[in-house]
Ligand binder design. Structure first.
Ligand code: ZN
Length: 147
């Protein structure tokens, strides 16, 4: 994928729901990967990275491989997905802190342009992703910190 890209997309997995330890989070990442590869017939998990409730970041396709996460934007963005469903609850603060650190790291590495725009999946296509609570939170970042 040509870098730097200027768009970052935030997703939630919806299912599986939140995981709270490494064993459960590894299993959650595998189940998403199985769904994307066997259910959707993609060649790998769709997201570039995922974040678990165990406060770890899991590598999906990594920084430099075009993902399958946001139709029409895959080759021009990177995406991270928070494991869980954030339609009616907010993610724990540690997960949100990790999202911000991950974005900072992407900028430092030159994968993402310093003038990037941060979006929720629903900004690009008709979906509830990344859930109302998570969406409201990232939109508040957008105004204050990210442009
Ligand atoms: Zn999504």
């Amino acid at each position: 994928m040509p870098t730097p890209v200027s768009h970052v997309f935030i997703h939630h997995t919806e299912t599986p729901d939140q995981c709270h330890n490494e064993t459960a989070c590894v299993e959650a990442v595998r189940s998403v990967q199985d769904f994307h590869m066997d259910g959707r017939h993609w060649n790998d998990i769709g997201y570039n990275y995922l974040i678990g409730g165990d406060d770890r970041i899991y590598e999906g396709r990594g920084w430099y491989t075009v993902g399958a996460h946001t139709l029409g934007m895959n080759s021009r963005s990177v995406a991270i997905s928070l494991i869980g469903n954030y339609e009616s609850v907010a993610p724990p603060k540690q997960m949100l802190d990790l999202v911000q650190k991950w974005v900072e790291c992407a900028v430092e590495k030159g994968v993402v342009s310093g003038l990037y725009q941060l979006h929720g999946h629903r900004d690009q296509t008709c979906t509830s992703c990344p859930g109302q609570h998570l969406y409201d939170i990232i939109k508040s970042w957008n105004k204050e910190d990210l442009t």
